[in-house]
Design a protein around this ligand. Structure first.
Ligand SMILES: Nc1ncnc2c1ncn2[C@@H]1O[C@H](COP(=O)(O)OP(=O)(O)OP(=O)(O)O)[C@@H](O)[C@H]1O
Ligand SMILES: [Mg+2]
Length: 220
């Protein structure tokens, strides 16, 4: 990956964060400010109604704080700093269940602590995107993620039983492109098998000694 590719990846990530903040936090703040205007009006005419609006606004502020926390967490997942590897996956599970409560989620995840933090964060981000795509696009009932730490390699498998898709990575969609670029940045390989009964994404990333042998030629 050359310098231009790294800059492009950074720009893509910034664009996505800006879009997410716009779609959640900024929209909510606009709504909140309209609510405050309303409260000002009610204060003159109907104090009870004004009180009710204040309660709604307070609830709204709590939601915004939650969204801000999520956005900050996404910027810098606390995998290595505070909450730890296992807790980060629990957090992702919760987030996915919030998006789709009926989902059956199975995470079978080895620890990759011994390796450097960049790999842990990259693996986490890649799996997050894969899982969010499943929830957003696949109509799947089951998500299965397996991460194996084989010493020289990390193998990731993200499976769903959804509707599948044809896998042309286009520039208008960010996520798959982002996953692919990340994997390439780590000298790994990514393979997508998708049909009408589901999708399997397999990734293999060399680590430690595995980085020295250039044998990461397949995902098997
Ligand atoms: N697991 C999946 N099941 C079904 N369709 C999928 C799956 N993963 C991706 N897709 C399809 O591939 C397209 C591209 O995915 P990608 O993550 O690149 O973009 P996006 O999710 O649409 O938007 P973004 O990630 O930029 O918010 C999706 O729009 C969807 O049609
Ligand atoms: Mg996506």
């Amino acid at each position: 990956m050359n310098k231009k590719d790294i800059l492009r990846l950074q720009e893509m990530e910034r664009k996505r964060i800006a879009e997410e903040l716009h779609d959640t936090t900024v929209q909510d703040m606009v709504y909140l400010s309209q609510q405050l205007e309303l409260i000002l009006l009610y204060l003159e005419q109907d104090v009870t109604q004004a009180r009710l609006e204040v309660i709604t606004a307070r609830h709204q502020i709590k939601n915004i704080i939650g969204d801000m926390r999520d956005a900050i967490y996404d910027l810098r997942p606390l995998i290595l700093d505070e909450i730890g590897w296992n807790a980060a996956w629990e957090r992702l599970k919760k987030k996915l269940l919030k998006m789709q409560a009926q989902l059956k989620i199975s995470f079978d995840i080895d620890s990759i602590d011994p390796f450097d933090g960049l790999i842990a964060i990259s693996v986490y981000r890649i799996v997050c995107e894969g899982c969010q795509n499943i929830v957003k696009h696949s109509n799947a009932k089951i998500i299965k993620v397996i991460i194996r730490n084989l010493g020289n390699y990390i193998k990731i498998k993200i499976c769903d039983d959804g509707i599948g898709f044809s896998q042309k990575v286009t520039t208008s969609h960010f996520g798959l492109h982002f996953m692919y670029e990340r994997v390439v940045a780590l000298s790994g390989k990514m393979k997508i098998d998708s049909n009408t009964s589901g999708t399997i994404i397999q990734i293999k990333i060399p680590v430690g000694e595995g980085k020295k042998n250039d044998s990461c030629n397949d995902c098997g």
